[in-house]
Design a protein around this ligand. Structure first.
Ligand code: NAP
Length: 309
C-alpha cells in the first residue's frame, strides 16, 4: 500500500519532539509538508506553507494532517481538512469545546474520512498492562498526583493560560485520559478547587475529588508550581495490593514487580492512526475533556498569586 502522505500543521514543541520522529520512523507515512506561521519552523527538504489555506491552495497533495496547533484554533483547521476528504489526527485535547469536537465527529462520519482524537498517554508502556491487571481486581481508591514546573515544561506558551488553553489541565488531562482508560466504571466530579493566578485566565493548580458509580473515590492533585522532583503518578489501591503507574504511565509497579517499558507513545499513536485510515474508521473519545469541562462548571475558584514566566 502507498504511504499516507501527511502534513504536520503547527510546528511547535510537540511536533518537533515527537510527531516528526514518529512519522519519519513509520513507513506507513511519508511527510509531505509542514505548515506553520513562521518560516524558520521548516524541515530541510520538506515543502512548507505558512497556513493550511496556502497548503490546500498550491501545496503538495496530502491524504492526512496532524494538527499540533494550540487547541483554540483546531476546529476551523480540522473542519476545513475533513471537508476536503483529508484524514485528521488531532493532538490532545481534541478541541477547545466539547460541542466543536462533536461537530467534527459528525462531519467525519458524514464524509467517511478518519478523525482520530489522540490521547498519547494511553500509549505509555505501563498503561495497557495496568488496565489488564486492574480488570481482575477490586479497586478501593485512586490517587493521582501530576506536579510539574510550568516554567520548565511550558516556557513562554501564552496560549496555555488563555481561555481554551486549559492551564494545569493541559498536562492534567493526560492523567484523566489514562484514568478513563484503566478504571472499570465511569466517574464524575464531587468537589474541587481551582487555583487561578490573579493575572491569568486558567488554573495553575487543582485539587479534585471524583467518585465512580460504585462510590469509589479518585483524588486528583495537579500543580504547576512544583520545583525539584517532578511527579506524574497514578496510585491504585486494590484487594490484591497497590498498582502504581509513574512517569506519566511509562513505569508500572505491581506487587512484586516493576516494569520500565520502552517509550513508544507516538510510534504507537501513528501505528494506530494508520490502522484507522486503512480501515476507514474514526476514534473520538471525549471523556477526558468532558471531565475537565465539568471541573470548570462545578469546582470552586480561588484567586492566587499572579504568575509571570
Ligand atoms: P507550541 O510549542 O506553542 O506549538 C504550537 C505551534 O502551532 C506553534 O508553532 C504555532 O506557531 C503553531 N500554530 C498556531 N496557530 C497555527 C495555525 N493556525 N496554523 C498553523 N500553525 C499554527 O505548543 P505545543 O507544546 O507543541 O502544544 C501543541 C499541542 O500539543 C497542545 O494541544 C498540547 O496540549 C499538545 N501537546 C503538547 C505536549 C508538550 O510536551 N509540549 C505534549 C503532548 C501534547 P506560532 O508559534 O508562530 O504561533
Amino acid at each position: 500500500m502507498d504511504p499516507i502522505r501527511i502534513a504536520i500543521v503547527g510546528m511547535g514543541k510537540i511536533a518537533r519532539d515527537q510527531h516528526l520522529p514518529a512519522i519519519l520512523g513509520d513507513e506507513a507515512f511519508s511527510l509531505a509538508a509542514t505548515v506553520s506561521p513562521l518560516a524558520e519552523q521548516t524541515v530541510a527538504g520538506v515543502p512548507h506553507r505558512a497556513s493550511l489555506d496556502a497548503l490546500l491552495a498550491d501545496g503538495p497533495a496530502v491524504d492526512a494532517i496532524a494538527l499540533c496547533t494550540p487547541p483554540q484554533v483546531r476546529y476551523d483547521l480540522a473542519a476545513q481538512a475533513l471537508a476536503r476528504g483529508i484524514h485528521v489526527f488531532l493532538e490532545k485535547p481534541p478541541g477547545a469545546t466539547l460541542a466543536e469536537v462533536d461537530a467534527l465527529k459528525s462531519q467525519a462520519a458524514e464524509t467517511g474520512v478518519t478523525l482520530f482524537a489522540a490521547w498519547h498517554s494511553r500509549f505509555a508502556a505501563g498503561v495497557a498492562p495496568a488496565r489488564s491487571w486492574l480488570a481482575e481486581r477490586r479497586i478501593d481508591s485512586v490517587s493521582i498526583v501530576w506536579r510539574e514546573d510550568v516554567r520548565v515544561w511550558h516556557p513562554g506558551q501564552a496560549w496555555i493560560w488563555q481561555p481554551g488553553g486549559l492551564g494545569v489541565f493541559d498536562p492534567g488531562i493526560n492523567a484523566l485520559s489514562i484514568a478513563t482508560h484503566i478504571l472499570p466504571r465511569p466517574f464524575f466530579l464531587r468537589a474541587g478547587t481551582l487555583a487561578i493566578p490573579a493575572n491569568r485566565a486558567a488554573p495553575i493548580a487543582a485539587d479534585l475529588t471524583f467518585c465512580d458509580t460504585a462510590g469509589m473515590t479518585i483524588h486528583v492533585d495537579l500543580d504547576w508550581r512544583q520545583t525539584g522532583p517532578q511527579r506524574w503518578d497514578i496510585v491504585v489501591e486494590t484487594d490484591a495490593g497497590t498498582c502504581t503507574l509513574s512517569n506519566g504511565g511509562a513505569v508500572l509497579t505491581l506487587p512484586g514487580s516493576a516494569d520500565h517499558g520502552e517509550d513508544r507513545e507516538y510510534s504507537g499513536l501513528y501505528a494506530h492512526f494508520a490502522t484507522l485510515v486503512s480501515t476507514c474508521r474514526s476514534e473520538i473519545d471525549t471523556r477526558p475533556l468532558k471531565l475537565v469541562a465539568d471541573v470548570f462548571l462545578r469546582a470552586r475558584r480561588e484567586s492566587v498569586e499572579a504568575f509571570n514566566d
